[in-house]
Design a protein around this ligand. Sequence first.
Ligand code: A2P
Ligand code: 11C
Length: 336
Amino acid sequence: RRLNVAVVGATGAVGREILRLLEERDFPVGELRPLASARSAGKTVAFRGRAVTVREATPEAFDGIDLALFSAGGSTSKALAPEAVRRGAVVIDNSSAFRYEPDVPLVVPEVNAHALARHKGLIANPNCTTAILAVALWPLHQAFRAKRVIVSTYQAASGAGAAAMEELLRETGRVLHGEEARGEVFPHPLAFNVIPQIDAFQDNGYTREEMKVVWETHKIFGDDSIRISCTAVRVPTLRAHAEAVTVEFARPVTPEAARAVLAEAPGVEVVDDPAERRYPMPLTASGKGNVEVGRIRRNLAFDNALDFFVVGDQLLKGAALNAVQIAEHLFLRIDA
Ligand code: A2P
Ligand code: 11C
C-alpha cells in the first residue's frame, strides 16, 4: 500500500535529506506533502522529478496523512505533532520535544527497533550526537559491557541547520577578506574558532547537548547504569559530527576483539588503518549512511578501556536516515 507522507520542515537541512532518502530508498509514497513555515508556502521542492508545492504546516495540513516526519524544531513539533496523531498519522519526530516522555519510544533501529512495538502514534528520533555514538557503542556494550563512557564531540555547523551552514561559509569568506567574523546563529563566530557550547547551560555546568547524550543513551540502551560524561564542541566543519570516545568495560577487551565486533555491526564501517593514514573524518563520512569508526586502541589512563573515534553524517544517520529507517521498520517490517 502507498502511504501519504508529510515532511514538516521540508525546506530545512534535514527535511531536504528526508525527501532525497524517501526517493532514493523507494519508500512507498502515495502523496508527498511538504510542509514548512508560512514563509515557504508556495515554494516548491523536487520529488521524483516533479516540483511539489510547499504548504504551511497547520493542523488541517495533516488531514489524510499516514506518516508525518517532523524536522522543524521543538516548538513546531509540540504544537503540531499531537494534531497529526489525532488525525491518524504516525509521527516520527526529530526534535527533542517528546524524547523523554515514558510512552514515546526513542529509537535507533540498530539498537532498539523492538521499542517501536509499543508506540502510541509518536516516535522520537534521537539527537544526532547520540545516534552516531549509539551505533558504535551498542555492539561493544553487548560484547564487553560498558561501565563508563567519556565523549568529546567535534560537531559540524549543519547540526544547527541550513542557516548555520550559510553563516559559516559567509563568515569564513569575511575573514579571508580581512574582515571580522560575526556569530548570529552561534553564540560566537565559528569561522577559525571552536566553541565549547552547544545549546543552553544546565545547573550542573553541562550543556543541554551534553546531557542529551547521557539521557538519550540511557533510554535507547534501556540501561541507566552506564556512567556517561560528554563535552560537546562546535567546530568549523560543514557536515558530519566527530566524537572521541573512551569506554571502560566490565568484561576483558582488546582492540582486536573490538575491531572484530565492529566489523560485523550494522550501520558501522571500520576505517582503521593508521599506517595508511586511514581513519574516520568528516570529509569521508559525509554522505554515508554508515558511521565510520577507527583509531581503536587501548586507553592508557584506565584499566580494560578502549579509545576510538567515530564520525557520522549527522544529517543522515543522526537525523534523516534514522527517521526513514524507523518508517521502514514500522511500515515495511524490516528486521533490525
Ligand atoms: P522555513 O524554511 O519556511 O523557515 P533548518 O533546521 O535547516 O533551519 O530548517 C528548519 C525547517 O523548519 C525549515 O523547513 C523551516 O521552514 C521549518 N520551520 C521553521 N519554523 C516553522 C514553523 N513555525 N512551522 C513550520 N515549519 C517551520
Ligand atoms: C547540533 N545536535 O549539532 C545538535 C542538533 O536535539 O535534535 C540536534 C538537536 C536535537 O546542534
